[in-house]
Design a protein around this ligand. Structure first.
Ligand SMILES: [Zn+2]
Ligand SMILES: [Zn+2]
Length: 479
């Protein structure tokens, strides 16, 4: 007998008494069914992919709100690009020798024969959209932000999942280092506005292709001389992606990195000036920064400035919440006009983990102050319309339409601690009225249904009633 069937049957039909006898009988009956059916009762999400349950949403909502607000304040507009792109796009932009492309991409062939991949990061798709849609004709800099999921077939660990979410900011068409400073400022603002106050900005310059060529030769020479002291992966990286070795977390590689030549000592004149000016701008900001010569980021497309935002409260627990840098050559590399660009991404799961650690507040949705209770068939029918009328006028109303008895509905109203309960009974439904009950004093009054909105607003002292404080939302909401 196939094991799978037995297992499922015992689970499904298990009973505290007489289990064994019934089990053997049922198993025999089930024997003709294919095992695939048995497996179907046991679906689980894929490893490293998580449900974001309602209970977790207040944290996510807070991240979305803070990000949207800041993106607006700094002149960014939203862009959404597909989850799936041609695999070549990522290979070409992120780079062949990188871990992401070599080991971590979800790549597959479609029924039509296209080789595609789930996006392992956001920037490549956004650049593709920028070129494809001729966005270069717009006034520069063009500032775009996005929120979405990315996919990496990695070993899942806390804050790093196979499906995870990012907020992403990119700006195109401006090479002045003031933009680098502004992007670092925005990244810090997002994190700090979420209540994560103690952060560290880590920055470095990895130069442009011309100064990097020279530096890479120096670095490779140095690494070759220490090859025996490197981890197995890094020995291979000498050929494929030597700068990435500076970023390796293995103890022995860290040892080698300490005395390795540093990119900032080998910048060309232009790159040196860019970095120096950036530091001058950063000195004007409140946030302290650290020059970290080992910060290289794992992607080929970066030039000049790279940076990360680290949580900085406890020693030994510093974690990167995200980062980014310049990618001045990428648009051209992908077939567009020569366009300088800079961007960063922050991992939402990491932000939330840090918010929880420092006990930052999640978003608190507005609580309804009004409850609508109904009694009887006609009242029940009218209650949907009454709810709509209140909702259209920005009054947040709670209800428990499925319940029949007034008592059980009032119990819900009490639990929600509303200030007013509206009672729509058979008589009121016929008369076109409704009872307004003040839950604190217990005082009841009957008003005409036409005047209901007006009276409620008066009773709740007008402004408190409007539930959606976000102006845009009210606007859309009432259309
Ligand atoms: Zn350079
Ligand atoms: Zn290593």
């Amino acid at each position: 007998m196939p094991k799978t069937i037995k297992k499922t049957v015992s689970k499904k039909y298990s009973s505290p008494r007489g289990g064994t006898e019934r089990l053997s009988k049922q198993s025999k009956e089930k024997k003709t069914q294919p095992p695939v059916l048995a497996q179907k009762t046991n679906f689980q999400s894929l490893r490293g992919m998580n449900d974001i349950l309602p209970v977790a949403q207040p944290f996510w909502e807070q991240v979305r709100r803070v990000t949207e607000r800041l993106s607006r304040d700094y002149g960014f507009t939203r862009i959404d690009v597909p989850l799936v792109e041609y695999a070549d796009l990522f290979q070409r932009s992120i780079g062949e020798g990188t871990d992401i492309v070599e080991k971590e991409m979800y790549t597959f062939t479609t029924r039509g024969g296209d080789r595609v991949a789930l996006r392992p990061e956001m920037t490549a798709g956004i650049c593709r959209a920028y070129i494809q849609n001729g966005m270069h004709v717009q006034p520069k800099p063009i500032k775009l932000y996005s929120i979405g999921s990315v996919y990496r077939y990695d070993r899942p660990q806390e804050g790093r999942y196979r499906e995870h979410y990012q907020v992403n900011f990119d700006a195109f068409g401006e090479m002045d280092p003031i933009l680098d400073a502004q992007m670092i400022q925005i990244a810090s603002r997002v994190v700090q506005n979420l209540g994560i106050k103690a952060i560290q900005i880590q920055i470095n310059s990895i130069g442009c292709p011309s100064c990097r060529r020279e530096y890479k030769d120096l670095l490779v020479n140095y690494l070759e001389s220490k090859k025996q002291k490197l981890c197995v992966d890094c020995r291979q990286r000498i050929e494929t992606n030597p700068m990435r070795i500076l970023d390796c977390k293995e103890d022995k590689c860290v040892q080698v990195s300490v005395t390795a030549p540093q990119s900032i000592d080998h910048l060309c004149e232009e790159c040196r000036k860019h970095f120096k000016t950036l530091l001058e701008y950063l000195d004007e900001l409140d946030s302290p920064y650290t020059i970290n010569p080992h910060l290289v980021r794992g992607l080929d497309y970066y030039t000049k400035t790279v940076f990360e935002i680290w949580s900085g409260e406890e020693e030994g627990r510093k974690r990167s919440l995200g980062g980014g840098g310049r990618y001045d050559k990428l648009i051209k590399h992908l077939g567009g006009e020569d366009t300088s660009a800079i961007g960063f991404g922050l991992g939402i799961e990491r932000l939330i983990a840090e918010m929880k650690r420092v006990q930052a507040k999640p978003y608190r949705p507005p609580k309804p102050k009004v409850f609508l209770a109904q009694l009887g068939d006609l009242a029940k029918k009218n209650s949907l319309k009454m709810f709509l009328e209140l909702e259209k006028n920005g009054i947040l109303v709670a209800e428990s339409f499925g319940r029949g008895s007034l008592k059980s509905q009032l119990r819900v109203a009490n639990k929600l601690e509303v200030e007013i309960t509206l009672i729509l009974g058979q008589k009121e439904a016929l008369d076109g009225t409704v009872i307004i009950k003040n839950m604190k004093t217990g005082v009841q009054e009957t008003v005409s249904a036409d005047r209901l909105v007006e009276v409620i607003k008066k009773r709740l002292k007008s402004e408190n009633v409007i539930i959606y404080h976000d102006h845009n939302y009210i606007h859309n909401h009432n259309q």
